[in-house]
Ligand binder design. Structure first.
Ligand code: GTP
Ligand code: MG
Length: 179
């Protein structure tokens, strides 16, 4: 999830290595509903509509919250919420709001600084420290759908969270971790 035009759909395509799978556009507001991309039997990417474009923040927040809540209440596990930011810009109120909302629900979050290819070395350093300071997290992944930077790190984060979910599900079936 993330603001309109930060590159959510492009990130999914980059992660999977299939350019035209999720539709992308230079015009913000393209993705208008949740799209599900089943990658294999263990990974499903969900591309969500962006926020900050054309509609009131409260409406968008309620809609995204509704999509996530109904997904979770259908008993489907959410391994990782990936919050995508544009490295060139300050995080917006809505970014902080979504981050807080996910955190309150105890959902694992990975923040990604996208379009990092558009920055010079100096700007890159500045941008990453600004994102860390404002989002209050150390583990922000610099990412570029254009050149593939950050793909490995994001896959590692996803695989790690899937492994955690699996072990929790196993604990729930067997009555707790083996001592
Ligand atoms: P909405 O669906 O409208 O919310 O947008 P989105 O967040 O899905 O963005 P999308 O993937 O459609 O990308 C928006 C624009 O940014 C497109 O023109 C992409 O080519 C461009 N873009 C996305 N990621 C990157 C990146 O890492 N680097 C560069 N240089 N351009 C990118
Ligand atoms: Mg999109």
């Amino acid at each position: 999830m993330g603001r309109s035009n930060v590159g959510k759909s492009s990130l999914i395509n980059a992660m999977v290595g299939r350019k035209g799978m999720a539709r992308t556009s230079g015009t913000p507001g393209l993705t208008q509903q949740a799209h599900f991309y089943s990658i294999n039997e263990s990974v499903l990417f969900v591309d969500l509509p962006g926020y900050g474009y054309a509609r009131a923040p409260a409406d968008v927040r309620d809609e995204l919250a509704g999509i996530i809540e109904s997904y979770l209440s259908a008993g489907r596990p959410l391994a990782l919420a990936v919050l995508i930011l544009d490295s060139r810009r300050e995080p917006a109120e809505m970014d902080l709001g979504m981050n807080a909302w996910l955190g309150e629900r105890g959902l694992p979050i990975q923040i990604v600084g996208n379009k990092i290819d558009k920055l010079s070395r100096g700007e890159r350093h500045e941008s990453l420290s600004r994102l860390r300071r404002i989002m209050r997290r150390e583990d922000i992944i610099p990412f570029s759908s254009a050149n593939g930077e950050g793909k490995r790190e994001l896959w590692q984060a996803i695989d790690h969270q899937i492994a955690l979910l699996r072990s929790r599900a196993l604990d729930a079936r067997t009555g707790g971790p083996v001592k």
